[in-house]
Design a protein around this ligand. Sequence first.
Ligand code: CO8
Length: 257
Amino acid sequence: MGFVKYEQDGFIGVITINRPEALNALNTEVIQDLDAVLDSIDLGTTRVLVVTGAGEKSFVAGADIAAMSTMTVQEAREFSKAGNDVFRKLETLPIPSIAAVNGFALGGGNELAMSCDIRYCSENAMFGQPEVGLGITPGFGGTQRLARLIGTGKAKEMVYAAVNIKADEAYRIGLVNGVCAKEELMPTVMKLAKKIASNAPIAVRNSKESLTDGYLSDLDHAISIEEKYFSECFETEDQKEGMKAFLEKRKVDGFKN
Ligand code: CO8
């Protein structure tokens, strides 16, 4: 797993895409390493995942253009599927994920960030889908997740024009939840991760399932999904302790996994 580092800080898992000499560009090895790291996460002890990039300049500067330059149609299809499978694995992990976008998030980098539940970025971050300038379309979910996040009009402009946008514009259009000074990015994201991790873990996971499953369903079905996850919380000790603590006007005595 040389191209992807994993560190555990209490309940928080931190994934770092670690290929700074190529601005963390995604080749087959990086995708495979990310897949292996995701498989290795202990979901019994990890409540939130943070994803970032190594170095000062880049989150992920896209899929590896040198590696893609000689691909056949079949190889491109397989590469696209490998990336999509891993990004979907990240997106559907039962625990929430936060992208700490510390620089370029271009092409596959923006697509990786969009596969996380929440995105924060540093002031030097740059977002874009430059693919049509390289003669290809986005291939790691960009044509699908971008429109769902920022609306079809803005997504189509970003994809067709392939003009990168800066952090403040990404914030304005809702692509990121917040922008921080460079040195404040990780502290801000870790603080949010710890806040999420302090809440009832099963309730957080059920909320994620409900938000993600429900978003792709019609409203009637989505509401029934919420009813299911809401009611299942009443089987947990956390629900009993959380409500008892409120009624007894005291702090919760630790939530369970
Ligand atoms: N792929 C491979 N190498 C890269 C990439 C990349 N995406 N980005 C940067 N690098 C390498 C550079 O080649 C350079 O290597 P070297 O030092 O050996 O010459 C090193 O990283 C540093 O880069 P620069 O010298 O270019 O750094 P700058 O600060 O001058 O520029 C930029 C930074 C603006 C980020 C510039 O590197 C750039 O434009 N990179 C490419 C960005 C891009 O177009 N990304 C989209 C790629 S396409 C994509 O992601 C499709 C996803 C779906 C794939 C589906 C598969 C079929």
